[in-house]
Design a protein around this ligand. Structure first.
Ligand code: AMP
Ligand code: MG
Length: 416
């Protein structure tokens, strides 16, 4: 940015205005509505981890699909072992796992059988190899078994036609294993939102480059893109643009056809060079003050038909805003019923103050082994990034609470 040139222009006006604040809940609702629901598509199982099943999936086969052996041993008729033991019987066949054609078991004979191999017609039990001499021509069996022993019956686990995977299920390794066992190569899921993350500020420098006086390394882009991925979205990280409206529009243009949501940081507060506010003023974007600290200045609306969420630039404000507004909206857009971080009640280890009429989100360190105590980390300043990095929860101080004494109860929101 050429600041000499800029100073030759008439000075810009401040952009503060007295507006009645929006509540956290109102803004959260607005953001969730703007982001909406991602479309449902069939995705290969390999791409489904962490996604939400969008429709019930009916079992097209039973599990197991056929009666099979639970042991390596011998398929027998239990009645053939009912007399004196040990008993010596001929081994009439050998059945490895994967055998598709079977000979029936004749009375007075056995078939050697492996775990997972189909039980032949006529057999009603399997004797494990440890109870025999392991013979291959004939076998000596030392112990009797009851009918049904060591046989995994067809449908034991899942009956064909059952809705075993129901809409809303979050696809975990075990559910993906089940889908695979049922023979599904793909599943209907809501796809991951593609989120364009754009930072703004003429003071920003890319890590790895030399820093001039007055400049800082850019951090929101990395943080917000990681937070998008952590929420299950696909982050498209568009480094950053200076405080220049033309450059802002130019930077976004190539991505408009390929992303679902735009998240910006910076340029929305009360300064004279608020690039996001300036650039989006003529679009359907509402800028507001949300009754929270940090994260008051927020904007949400649409830009060229895409939802755009404009977060404040202070790193802690940006991250807290993402946690409170963007993350739940992204999770909901993928169909997660549980879009909120888990919360708990805890007692604060030291006193806190909080502004009247604002929900305060303080950074905290919660140690469950400490008897539900949460320790505030750092002060309320929204530039205190190291305190945020050291914390594992947000301490929520309600709007009407201005002071907390050590030992007072609060709600905490786990961040991990
Ligand atoms: P703004 O909201 O643009 O007025 O920025 C508020 C504060 O956050 C300023 O101190 C900025 O330098 C800082 N800031 C804004 N964007 C970023 C960013 N992407 N990385 C690090 N700091 C930022
Ligand atoms: Mg800025």
């Amino acid at each position: 940015m050429n600041w000499v040139k800029r100073s030759s222009r008439p000075p810009r006006r401040w952009q503060y205005a007295v507006v009645s604040p929006t509540t956290v809940a109102e803004h959260r609702q607005r953001v969730a509505e703007l982001v909406g629901l991602m479309p449902v598509l069939q995705l290969p199982l390999d791409e489904c981890l962490g996604l939400v099943l969008a429709a019930d999936v009916i079992a097209p086969v039973s599990l197991p699909p056929f009666d099979n052996s639970a042991m390596d041993g011998y398929a027998v008729r239990a009645a053939d072992l009912a007399g004196d033991l040990p008993v010596r019987l001929p081994v009439a066949d050998d059945i490895p796992a994967g055998r598709v054609e079977l000979n029936a078991l004749e009375p007075g004979t056995v078939h050697r059988i492996m775990t997972g191999a189909p039980v032949p017609p006529g057999a009603d039990a399997v004797v494990q190899v440890e109870w025999t001499d392991g013979g291959t021509e004939t076998v000596t069996i030392n112990r009797a078994v009851a009918a049904g022993a060591n046989i995994r019956t067809a449908g034991d686990d899942v009956e064909k036609g059952d809705a075993v995977l129901v809409a809303g299920t979050v696809l975990r390794p075990s559910t993906l294993g089940l889908a695979s066992a049922l023979g599904h190569p793909e599943l209907p899921v809501r796809r991951r939102p593609r989120v364009l993350v754009l930072s703004t500020g003429s003071e920003l420098v890319e890590p790895g480059q030399p820093l001039q006086p007055g400049q800082i390394y850019e951090s929101n882009g990395m943080m917000l893109a990681s937070a998008v991925r952590d929420a299950g979205g696909i982050a498209v990280r568009l480094r950053f643009v200076p405080d220049d409206v033309e450059e802002f529009h130019r930077a976004l243009a190539p991505y408009l056809g390929s992303v679902d949501v735009i998240v910006t940081s910076g340029g929305v507060s009360a300064g004279a060079y608020e690039v996001v506010k300036d650039a989006l003023a003529s679009h359907d974007v509402r800028f507001t003050k949300v009754a929270m600290q940090p994260g008051g200045p927020q904007g949400a609306g649409t830009y060229e038909g895409l939802p755009v969420l404009t977060l404040p630039g202070n790193p802690v404000s940006a991250q807290v805003s993402f946690e409170v507004f963007v993350r739940p909206a992204l999770l909901a857009s993928m169909g997660h019923a549980q879009a909120e971080r888990p919360t708990a009640r805890a007692t604060v280890s030291s006193p806190l103050t909080s502004p009247a009429g604002k929900t305060q989100f303080r950074r905290g360190l919660y140690d469950p082994s400490s008897g539900q105590v949460v320790t505030p980390v750092g002060g309320p300043g929204s530039h205190l990034l190291s305190a945020l990095a050291l914390s594992n929860c947000l301490i929520e101080v309600p709007e009407d609470v201005t002071e907390l004494a050590a030992g007072d109860e609060v709600t905490i929101r786990h961040l991990q």
